[in-house]
Design a protein around this ligand. Sequence first.
Ligand SMILES: [Zn+2]
Length: 298
Amino acid sequence: MYRNKSDIEHPTSEIISKLATMKRIYCYYCLLLLLTIASCSPKGPYALTNKVYRDKTKGYLAAIQTQLPDTLRDSSGTPVPSAWVGTVNFGIRKPNYVIIHFTAQDSLGQTLHTFTITSTQVSAHYVIGKNGKVVHMVNDYLRANHAGLGKWGSVTDMNSCSIGIEIDNNSNEPFTAPQISSLLLLLEQLKKNYNIPQANFIGHQDFAPKRKPDPGPYFPWKTLAQHGFGYWSDDVLELAPEGFDYTIALKLIGYDTSDPKAAIVAFKRHFIQTDIKPEITQLDLNVLFNVMGKYSGQ
Ligand SMILES: [Zn+2]
């Protein structure tokens, strides 16, 4: 077999190039093999993070089984007389709110990765993929890191009293029908299990108007309200009365109005959606007046 001219002129570089190509192919197949083994393993690709989860829950179990020692002291440092007597009548605390988010990421896999590495320090109880797959990541009775700093009514530590649901969505696209269908089933179950009031299904944007835009104006709050999760305005609206104070109304619903413009935008992302400018129109006032009645009437 003949070699061409360049082969004859650069025999060494050709061999090096072929070896490099073979090495690349070998590395690629090794990686593919490792991924296949990991995904086919009976424990799956998240075996390690599942073990971390189990170990952490063991730590919390030890904490709740502790029969508290005397820790109170008066101003002079003298211990306050105290004792531990275990009651026989108690239960586990239940979540009372549901906070809905979008992931602002490009795939379910990317979000699962984000929630299984410690450097991000974020998580949610559930993540819903575009095909409707529901991934449960934190037991409902435990605290996920999803809501962060914010205020709704007088609730500031929302992570301690809520379930966080992240929906796979890049922040600038409609949610899929299978996602909303799975979400409705999940909300039904949560509402029933924990007796969560209709008003307590809100978005991250509602709880943290100064920081968060999710789940944004594409989110179908009207559909949710029709199923008993959160509220939506009536089709026919009364005119808001003369002198209607929108700041008081927003506060009454639950919004943190310390930054009024941020509160207006959050309200409009949720209840108006077609316009999210930081100013109040007559339509916004009418919707606000209508919705306020639902929140204050329960
Ligand atoms: Zn969020």
